[in-house]
Design a protein around this ligand. Structure first.
Ligand SMILES: NC(=O)c1ccc[n+]([C@@H]2O[C@H](COP(=O)([O-])OP(=O)(O)OC[C@H]3O[C@@H](n4cnc5c(N)ncnc54)[C@H](OP(=O)(O)O)[C@@H]3O)[C@@H](O)[C@H]2O)c1
Length: 341
C-alpha cells in the first residue's frame, strides 16, 4: 500500500491504523517538503515502527509497488496524482474532496474546474454504510468528508423512510485537526484555545456533499443549512441536526427506524432513545454514535452524532473501505475502542 501525503494528520492516522493491520504492508510514503527524510524523523511516534523514507509522488513507482494507494493530499492537489494512478490500474482511496461530487459543474462552483471530470462518475462515494456493495467493486473510492459522515449517518434513516419535510439544520462542531496540519494563524494555540466560533455558515464546501448524498437516499432534492463551528479540542465532531417531520413519530417508531437501518453496521452505534453521544466516547475509534429525541412542543426531531474526524471521518473509514475492496472482514484492523479518558 502507499500513503500519499503521509506526514499530514490523516496520513499519520492512516499509518497508525495500517501498521497494526494484519494483511497490509505499507511500501511507499510521500511528502512534498520532507522527501528524503525518514517518516520517523517527522513523526517521532513512528520510531522503530515505520522507518520508511518519504518520497516525492512518483506515480509509476507507486503503481508498480502497490495494489492500492491512499491519497491524503489537499483537494485540487489530489486529482492529478489520483487520475494518473487510476490510469495505471492502481486502486485508489482518495481522502480529499476531489472525487466526492458527481457533477463537475458543482465541483467547479465550490472548488475549481476539475482536471479529470471523466472520473467523477466512476468514483464511488465511500460512505461505507450506504454504498457498501459499490465500494467492494470500486477502483476509485472518494472517501467522505468528516462533517458529511456524521451528518449523513445521522440523517439517513429518516430520509430513507421519507418522513422529513423542509430544510434540515445541521449545527456541527469540530476539533482543530479537521483543518489539517496547517500553520494558519487562525489555527494557532492562542487563537483557538478558550475560544468557540462559527465559520463558513451557509457557505461551507461540505454542504453540497451532504445534499448530494441525502438527495440520493431520499430520492428527491434535499436542501440543508449547514453551520460548522471550531472547538478547542484536537479530535472529534459533534453534529446536532434539527429535523421537521411530516407527522410526529413515537419513541418506539423512531427507535425501530434507526435500529433496523443500522442493525448490520459494526461501527454505527444507535443509543437508547433520548441518550446523546459525546466526542470522548469515540476518540481514536472508528465509531459513529447516534442519539435522537422528538420534541413534540417544538415539533422537531433532534439527532446528534459523534465521531472522530480523523478515524470514522477520514482514515478509519478509508481502511474500512479498503477491507471491502479486498474482500477482507470489514472490521479488520479497526477493532480498537475509544481512548477514554
Ligand atoms: N483532517 C481531517 O479531519 C480530514 C477529514 C477528512 C478528510 N480530510 C481531507 O484529507 C486530505 C488530507 O487532510 P489532512 O488533514 O491530512 O491535511 P494535512 O495535515 O494538511 O496534510 C496534507 C498532506 O499532503 C501533503 N501535501 C501538501 N501539498 C502537497 C503537494 N503540493 N504535493 C504533494 N504533497 C502535498 C503534505 O505533505 P508535506 O507537508 O509533508 O509536504 C501532507 O502530507 C485533505 O484533502 C482533507 O480535506 C481531512
Amino acid at each position: 500500500m502507499a500513503v500519499l501525503g503521509a506526514t499530514g494528520y490523516t496520513g499519520i492516522e492512516l499509518l497508525r491504523i495500517l501498521l497494526q493491520h494484519p494483511r497490509v504492508r505499507v511500501a511507499v510514503v510521500t511528502s512534498q517538503q520532507f522527501a528524503g527524510k525518514r517518516i520517523s524523523e517527522i513523526h517521532h511516534s513512528l520510531a522503530g515502527k515505520c522507518e520508511l523514507f518519504l518520497e516525492d509522488i512518483q506515480v509509476e513507482k507507486v503503481a508498480s509497488r502497490c495494489e492500492l494507494a491512499f491519497a491524503a493530499l489537499p483537494h485540487k492537489t489530489s486529482m492529478d496524482a489520483v487520475a494518473r494512478l487510476v490510469e495505471q490500474g492502481t486502486r485508489v482511496i482518495d481522502l480529499s474532496a476531489d472525487f466526492r461530487l458527481h457533477d463537475p459543474e458543482l465541483y467547479r462552483q465550490w472548488y475549481s474546474p476539475h482536471k479529470a471530470p471523466h472520473l467523477l462518475r466512476r468514483a464511488v462515494y465511500g460512505l461505507t454504510e450506504i454504498h457498501r456493495r459499490a465500494i467492494a467493486k470500486a477502483r476509485l473510492v472518494a472517501n467522505p468528508g468528516c462533517y458529511p459522515t456524521g451528518a449523513v449517518l445521522g440523517l439517513a434513516p429518516v430520509f430513507a423512510a421519507r418522513v422529513v419535510r423542509g430544510t434540515v439544520l445541521i449545527d456541527a462542531k469540530s476539533g482543530v485537526t479537521g483543518a489539517g496540519r496547517s500553520s494558519a494563524v487562525e489555527l494557532s494555540f492562542s487563537e483557538v484555545n478558550e475560544n468557540f466560533k462559527a465559520y463558513s455558515v451557509g457557505v461551507h464546501r461540505h454542504a453540497p456533499e451532504i445534499e448530494q448524498e441525502l438527495s440520493q437516499i431520499a430520492r428527491r432534492s434535499v436542501a440543508v443549512l449547514f453551520a460548522p463551528h471550531l472547538v478547542p479540542m484536537n479530535r472529534g465532531i459533534l453534529s446536532t441536526m434539527y429535523v421537521e417531520l411530516k407527522k410526529p413519530l413515537s419513541e418506539a417508531k423512531l427507535a425501530e427506524l434507526y435500529e433496523s437501518f443500522y442493525h448490520q453496521d459494526p461501527f454505527v452505534r444507535v443509543l437508547p432513545y433520548g441518550v446523546f453521544p459525546e466526542t470522548k466516547e469515540v476518540r481514536g475509534s472508528n465509531d459513529c454514535v447516534i442519539g435522537f429525541r422528538y420534541d413534540p412542543h417544538a415539533k422537531r426531531l433532534v439527532v446528534i452524532t459523534a465521531l472522530d474526524n480523523l478515524v470514522k471521518g477520514a482514515a478509519g473509514q478509508a481502511v474500512q473501505n479498503m477491507n471491502l475492496m479486498f474482500g477482507w472482514p470489514e472490521i479488520e484492523g479497526l477493532g480498537g475502542t475509544a481512548l477514554v479518558p
